[in-house]
Design a protein around this ligand. Structure first.
Ligand code: ADP
Length: 692
């Protein structure tokens, strides 16, 4: 049976093997036992119910709380040639009825619904008349009151099951797995311990980094410069920070969007769409963004501020690299952020027990920022996935080989300044004293009399502040919890002040480019974007980044070779295969002394391709393609009617008679605005042909 499942996997999705976590879940569900699968984000949960759905005769109902995702999921399945549909509140009654009828007649394999639908009488009636072979419960943690996302209507699932005379099996899937939640799911959905499969929490393709004591904005801009065309998310703690960062990145010419709860529904939707369709590459957002985002080619997630706990952090960072390609997750740590998170916890409405639990979670988050052990290992440890001596070999702790400079002297000066002012001031004042600032406030407070005044005059004030941040991050200094936090020395500063131990700070990081984006990959990506725009789907729905990467490495030359590439199934090949093969072919050296380039363009045009598509699939600019077509017109191969309508041609000819053909610009200006240079040139080429 597993072989059959594998051949479906290959046929539809173009993957050769199930991932380790998927096999057991699929085996269990194919023997019709209720099954629970727990896998990290990007682990491949959907395949666990989609493959059984394709192998069964009847309908699979997928219950999901994420209405915004349903359309994308159904579109993606259609892309694979799978009949799927959804019903939710975004549709009209008539549309819903039509879809339910299709389900009843066996015209669709998968039907996505929100849990609330289970209560609708018309839905219940449909179930009675339909052969249902599988119930998939996505985001199954929503069933548990212990989960962070409890949905009362999920409780209705067990009622629905009672209504079946012949109960179909249930497959429940989630990425969240505290023991209480697992227990609730098992109990409510009737799932045995033996049929519960927990995959590791490890995400092998993510490179985790904690960046301390760096200027956040310059770090981000230099990273974005290195990775200009990569898609990524930057999370900020507040709307205001999102707005500020967004506008400063926009000024640098970066294609950036923003998303937070302060924007209108329409603005948020537009930003989300633009991000999905790769029209903007970077999204600056608060944590309001991301739930229900299934974009697989997110190459980096940067946390501009400290998140409130490890659960949120891993969920947000985990939105990078769902397609399995190497991706970056940066957390930009500054000690002041702890203060903000503490403040938010104190201010919220929760009771004392919950507040102290929240503070404990925050502490674990801060510990993560300070650990010198492997970061992925620290995450696994937090989630109870224990692996002694684990090293990912990719995180900022595993690979940090930066040169360290001795800053003991500077640290001593900073510590003694803090001591001399009796720990009454924050980092700006301390930095100003050391810098030797003559500001009004320093004078008023007579801080220019402190003995360390001006000792670091050769450094910039910002440099000194960065050093203070670093020493705070390293826990030599702490901040008070007051509105204007002041700096307090910790015991571990004593041996430093006595000259018994030294402090080293690694030189600033220069962010690196994500590996392997060569020219060929970029050309494949341009073609993918053209096709996606033509078909009105997000680019990653056409092919994942991993598929493009493999295409650029394998360079397939035939259908069979292309079908061997990961992510190319039959349907995808039918739809897009030729365009990609053509591009690879036109770029290959085999091609060099074959027929003239303009003839290839001409043939593609005759096949019905439009100019932008031809340009993308041949790796040429649009103006080159136009040049090819004009040549074909002059040679009498191509009629101009597809480029210029007869009435337009007449208009242009009239103006040519009147003005002449010496210069194009006067012609263009004399003609209606919608007539393009290309059209004028096409008419001229035709004239040239006639006069030849
Ligand atoms: P999840 O819902 O667990 O976050 P998805 O179901 O969205 O994850 O899958 C994440 C990505 O992994 C998708 O791009 C999917 O096509 C890919 N994927 C799933 N199963 C496999 C597999 N067996 N081999 C290769 N890629 C896979």
């Amino acid at each position: 049976m597993l072989d059959q499942a594998k051949s479906q996997l290959k046929h539809y999705f173009g993957y050769d093997e199930f991932r380790s976590g998927q096999t057991n879940i699929i085996k269990s569900i194919l023997t019709k036992q209720n099954t629970l699968g727990i896998m990290p984000t990007g682990g491949g949960k959907s395949i666990c119910y989609q493959i059984p759905a394709l192998m069964n005769d009847g309908l699979t109902i997928v219950i999901s709380p994420l209405i915004s995702l349903m359309k994308d999921q159904v579109d993606a399945l259609s892309g694979y040639g799978i009949d799927a549909a959804y019903i939710n509140s975004s549709l009209t009654e008539t549309e819903i009825r039509a879809t339910m009828q299709e389900a009843e007649y066996g015209e669709i394999k998968l039907l996505y619904i929100a849990p609330e639908r289970l209560e609708a009488p018309s839905f219940k009636q449909m179930l009675n008349r339909t052969s249902v072979s599988l119930i998939a419960v996505d985001e199954a943690h929503c069933i548990s009151q212990w989960g962070h996302d409890f949905r009362p209507s999920y409780m209705k699932i067990s009622h629905m099951m009672d209504a079946f005379s012949d109960r179909p099996p249930i497959i429940a899937l989630t990425a969240t797995a505290t023991p209480e939640v697992v227990h609730d799911i098992q109990r409510i959905l009737n799932i045995e311990e033996e049929q519960t499969f927990i995959s590791g929490f490890e995400r092998e393709n993510l490179h985790f980094s904690v960046v301390k004591g760096e200027k956040k904005k310059s770090f981000i801009t230099s990273y974005l410069k290195q990775n200009a065309s990569q898609s990524g998310i930057i999370y900020t703690a507040t709307r205001k920070e999102a707005d500020q960062l967004h506008s400063s990145l926009e000024k640098l010419g970066i294609k950036v969007g923003k998303y937070h709860a302060g924007l209108s529904e329409t603005e948020r939707k537009a930003a989300q769409e633009a991000f999905l369709f790769d029209d903007i590459v970077v999204m600056v957002a608060t944590n309001a963004f991301g739930m229900g985002i299934d974009k697989s080619n997110v190459r980096f997630v940067i946390h501009h501020n400290l998140p409130k706990n490890m659960e949120s952090y891993y969920q947000e960072a985990g939105r990078a690299g769902r397609d399995g390609e190497e991706s970056d997750c940066f957390l930009l740590f500054s000690p002041g952020d702890i203060h903000i998170q503490k403040f938010l916890i104190q201010e919220n409405q929760h009771d004392a027990v919950r507040k102290s639990a929240d503070l404990a979670k925050l502490k674990a988050m801060v510990d993560y920022c300070h650990t010198e052990k492997c970061l992925q290992g620290a995450i696994l440890h937090y989630f109870g996935d224990e692996r002694p001596n684990y090293r990912c070999g990719k995180c900022s702790n595993c690979v940090d080989e930066r040169e360290a400079v001795d800053i003991t002297k500077e640290a001593q000066m900073i510590f003694s300044t803090i001591k001399r002012v009796n720990e009454r001031f924050g980092k700006t004042i301390i930095a100003q004293i050391l810098k030797g600032s003559r500001s009004k406030r320093i004078k008023e407070l007579q801080l220019d009399h402190v003995t360390t005044f001006g000792l670091l005059a050769r450094r910039t004030q910002q440099d000194i502040i960065d050093m203070i941040d670093f020493l705070t991050a390293e826990q030599f200094i702490t901040l008070t919890d007051s509105k204007y936090p002041t700096l307090i020395l910790q015991e571990k500063t004593l041996p430093v002040l006595k000259g018994q131990i030294a402090i080293h700070k690694k030189v600033s990081r220069t962010p690196e480019a994500i590996e392997g984006n060569d020219e060929l990959f970029e050309k494949l990506r341009t073609l993918r974007k053209q096709i996606a725009d033509r078909d009105g789907v997000p680019p990653y729905v056409v092919f994942a980044d991993s598929t493009l990467r493999e295409l650029s490495e394998v360079l397939p030359t035939s259908r069979d070779e292309m079908l061997k590439v990961k992510g190319v199934g039959e349907m995808k090949y039918e739809k897009y295969g030729k365009a990609f093969l053509d591009l690879l072919d036109s770029l290959s050296s085999r091609h060099q002394d074959e027929k003239p380039s303009h003839l290839t363009t001409f043939e593609l045009f005759q096949d019905g391709e439009e100019i932008p598509m031809i340009a993308a699939s041949r790796g040429l600019s649009e103006s080159t393609v136009e040049g090819h077509l004009l040549k074909a017109i002059e040679e009498g191969l191509l009629e101009i009617d597809r480029l210029v309508a007869p009435e337009t041609e007449e208009l242009i000819l009239n103006e040519i008679d009147r003005i002449g053909v010496e210069k194009l610009k006067p012609l263009k200006e004399a003609l209606p605005e919608e007539i393009t240079y290309t059209q004028i040139k096409a008419v001229l080429s035709k004239k040239r042909k006639v006069t030849k």
